[in-house]
Write a protein that binds this ligand. Sequence first.
Ligand SMILES: Cc1cc2nc3c(=O)[nH]c(=O)nc-3n(C[C@H](O)[C@H](O)[C@H](O)COP(=O)(O)OP(=O)(O)OC[C@H]3O[C@@H](n4cnc5c(N)ncnc54)[C@H](O)[C@@H]3O)c2cc1C
Length: 410
Amino acid sequence: MQRPTDLERRGTPRKPLHTTGAARHSSRVTAAFALPPYQPPADAAAVRAEVRAFLAANPPPADAVRRANCWSVADAGFSRALGAAGFIGMVWPRAYGGHERPAMARYVVLEELLAAGASVGAHWIADRQTGPLLLRYGSEAQRRKYLPGMAAGTLFACIGLSEPGAGSDLAAVRSRAEKVPGGWRINGQKLWTSGAHNAHAMLALLRSEAGSERQSGLSQFLIDLDTPGISVRPVIDLVGNHDFNEVFFDDVLVGEDALVGVEGEGWRQVTAELALERSGPERYLSSQALLVAVIDAARVAKADNAALNAVIGKLVAELWTLRQMSMATAAMLADGADPVVEAAIVKDLGNDYEQRVPMMVQAVLDIDLDGSTELARVLAHLLQVSPSFSLRGGTREVLRGIIARGLGLR
Ligand SMILES: Cc1cc2nc3c(=O)[nH]c(=O)nc-3n(C[C@H](O)[C@H](O)[C@H](O)COP(=O)(O)OP(=O)(O)OC[C@H]3O[C@@H](n4cnc5c(N)ncnc54)[C@H](O)[C@@H]3O)c2cc1C
C-alpha cells in the first residue's frame, strides 16, 4: 500500500545521531538507529482542536482513576463514537473504512485522547497493530472482512502471543495449527491476553509446521473468537481488575483464509508488529493523569514546595524529550520503515519514565494513600499498576537485548 510520506511533508532532513566517527562503535551505531528531530506539521493545531471538540462532547470518565493508564480501560460506546467521528483507522485507505489522513494527524489524536484519559482500550489493539498488520500482510478478503468494523470502532482485536512457557521467548510458542482439508485445526493455549473477553478476533502466533523448532515454522492467524472450541477465561490481576485472560483452543477449525501473510513467516511478521506496538504515546503517557493532578494541586496550593517544583520540572522536560523520540519513530513507521531498535528505545525509556512518575510524586508529597482525594487515589492506583508497564509489550530486559543487538554490541 502506498501511504503518504511524512518525511517529505515535514521537510526535516533525517540526520544520523553520530557524525564524527570518533567513538569505537559510532559507525555501527549510526547504521543501527536514528531518531531525527521531528517538527509536527503546521496543521497539527487544527487536528488538536478537532479532537478536543470531540472530547468536549464525549468526555472521558469523571473518575480520575479510570483516566489513569486509560488505554487499558475499555468502553465500547466511546470506541463506537470515536469511530463514527473518523478517529480510528485514520491512516487506512477509504476502501477499507479508513480516512487516509496523515500519520501525524493520527499521532496528535492519540496523544490528545491519552492525555485526556479517554477510555480507548476496546479498540486500541485493532487500531494500533491488527489493522496495520492486515494492511501490510493480510489478504484482500481479510482486509474487507475486518478493517471496516475496526475503523468503525465496533470490531475489536486482541494479541495472542504469550503462552505458558513462551512470554518473552516467543520462539518457544507451542500452540499449533495443523493443516487439514479446507483449512487448519488449532490446539493450544494463550495467556495474558488483554481484552480477549471484549474482542471479536485474535491475531495469534502459532506453530504451523510440525517438528519445527524456535523461529522457523511459526505463522500468524486471525481467528474469530466465536469459533467453536475456543474458551476465554478471566485472569484477575493483583489490583482486582479483569484485563487479562487465558484463551484455550480445543480442536478449533478455521478456514485457509485465517492464515495472515505467508506460512512460516510468522516470526518476521510479528517482529514488524511489535515495532507498531512499542513506540506510541501510550508508552510514556500511562501516568499522565497523575502528572496533571499534581500540577493542578501545586497550582491551587500555590505552596512554595521547591522539591515538588523540581520534580514537576524534571518530569515535564523528560516528557517532552520522549514525545520527540516517539514522534520520530512514528514518522519512520509512516514511511514504511521497520524501526525495531528505535521503538525498543522509546518503550524502554518511556516505561522507565511512566513508572518513575508515581514514585517521584510520592517521594516529595506527604500523601495518605488511603485518602479520598483525587491525587491520593490516582497515586495509589498507579503505584500498584505501574510495575506492569515494563512487562506488557516486551519486558525491559528483552528490550535492552534488542537494543544491544541492534547496536552490534551482542
Ligand atoms: C499488562 C500486561 C498486558 C499484557 N497483554 C498481553 C497480550 O495482550 N497478549 C500477549 O500475548 N501477552 C500479553 N502480556 C504478556 C507479556 O507480554 C509477557 O508478560 C511478557 O512477554 C513476559 O513473559 P512472561 O510473563 O512469560 O515472563 P518471562 O518471559 O518468563 O520473563 C520473566 C523474567 O525474565 C526476564 N527474561 C526473559 N528472557 C530474558 C532474556 N533473554 N534475557 C534477560 N532477561 C530475560 C524477563 O525480562 C522477566 O523479567 C501482557 C503483560 C502485561 C503485564
